[in-house]
Design a protein around this ligand. Structure first.
Ligand code: NAP
Ligand code: GFB
Length: 312
């Protein structure tokens, strides 16, 4: 493909597409909640493909505190980008779902066919339903217009360029940020919840490589899960981060804070069948690289502000 637009091109995932023909788009260049903004982008440059990473994204705290914005911003951005891409005759597009869109109560492991089999977990239902509608829109556009539009379903993603917002960010960047402050100020490190929930983490660089392959090669109606299928408890993640950051201080567990969904184990056999030799980055190695990047870029990391919408 000669030119590929990457919406959310400076975010955790979007910033990992570094090929010269992949053009990043920021929210200051186009507010994707405004249809005209994305039309203008497609009128200026002829793209062959779109990787739609832009979204209002946050951890369990952000999702619970800003449900209205998580629904409104995501449903508008997805609908506008997918429809404007169609109108501007772009043949290939990949959009991002998340394993949190799956039903909360369903037989595990999660597979692509189970997306719409019941309500998602209450902690992120607004975000999850907005994302599910992108899947519905994409399936409808494949059927009516024969477009090669599709979605990927990553698990929890982490890596450099993440949003290190302590209140509204995801667990890995929040804990790295909090552990750094606790170490530098000799204060306790406070972890949310019980530490028992289980999660699957995938490195942002791996997500970008797999998504590039999906854009160029995958052409099926149903989306595809991007996962290592390796579950780990939050407690074990905390232990890895503490070890990697050489934190020797007190660790406290704040069980007034939400645990969120207990687990969301996913089956990655679909992507593994296509790419049997793909090597996922081990969590320990990815965390090590992320922490060293964080410590050397601390002054400029994202996330020192809350993610309330008028901050965009
Ligand atoms: P991220 O780091 O927060 O990046 C998202 C980008 O979206 C931001 O950098 C922002 O661009 C842009 N954006 C937000 N509102 C916008 C608006 N109104 N108009 C234009 N751009 C806007 O998120 P990410 O973690 O890379 O997520 C990428 C995709 O993966 C998202 O669709 C997300 O839902 C999905 N996902 C993420 C995870 C995870 O654990 N992070 C897991 C599963 C799926 P600016 O920086 O220019 O403001
Ligand atoms: O990453 P996280 O916020 O998202 O939380 P979810 C994962 C787990 O880490 C939860 C625990 O069990 C939290 O209780 N945790 C411990 C912490 N300490 C902390 C902390 O300091 N900050 C945070 N944030 N968590 C999100 C969905 O759910 O997953 C989003 O709400 C999105 O929509 C994302 O899909 C991938 O995995 O619980």
């Amino acid at each position: 493909m000669s030119k590929v637009l990457v919406t959310g091109g400076y975010g955790l995932v979007g910033s990992m597409f570094n090929k010269p023909n992949y053009i990043p788009l920021s929210s200051s260049e186009a507010d994707l909640r405004i249809r005209e903004d994305i039309d203008n982008v497609f009128e200026k440059i002829k793209f062959d493909g779109v990787i739609h990473c832009a979204a209002k994204v946050g951890g369990v705290g952000g999702n619970m505190n800003y449900k209205g914005e998580f629904f409104y911003d995501n449903i508008l951005m997805n609908t506008n980008v997918i429809e404007s891409a169609r109108v501007h005759r772009i043949k290939n597009l990949v959009s991002f779902l998340s394993t949190c869109v799956f039903p909360d109560k369903v037989d595990y492991p999660l597979t692509e066919k189970k997306i719409h089999l019941g309500p998602p977990h209450s902690s992120n239902d607004a975000y999850a339903y907005a994302k599910r509608m992108a899947d519905v829109q994409i399936r409808a556009y494949r059927e009516q217009y024969g477009l090669n539009y599709k979605s990927v379903i990553p698990t929890n993603i982490y890596g450099i360029n993440d949003n290190f917002d302590i209140e509204n960010g995801h667990v890995v960047p929040s804990l790295i940020h909090k552990c750094f402050i606790a170490r530098e100020t000799n204060t306790p490190l406070t972890i949310w919840g019980s530490g028992t929930p289980l999660r699957e983490f995938i490195y942002n660089k791996d997500v970008a490589k797999l998504t590039e392959w999906v854009l160029e090669n995958y052409n099926e109606d149903e989306p595809i899960i991007l996962s290592t299928s390796e579950e780990i408890s939050i407690k074990e993640v905390v232990e890895m981060i503490i070890e990697l950051m050489n934190f020797k201080g007190e660790v406290k567990w704040d069980t007034d804070k939400p645990d969120g969904q207990f687990r969301k184990p996913s089956d990655n056999s679909k992507i593994k069948n296509y790419l049997p030799d793909f090597k996922f980055t081990p969590l320990y190695d990815g965390l090590k690289e992320t922490i060293s990047w964080f410590e050397s870029n601390y002054e400029n990391v994202r996330g020192k502000k809350s993610i309330h919408s008028n901050q965009i």
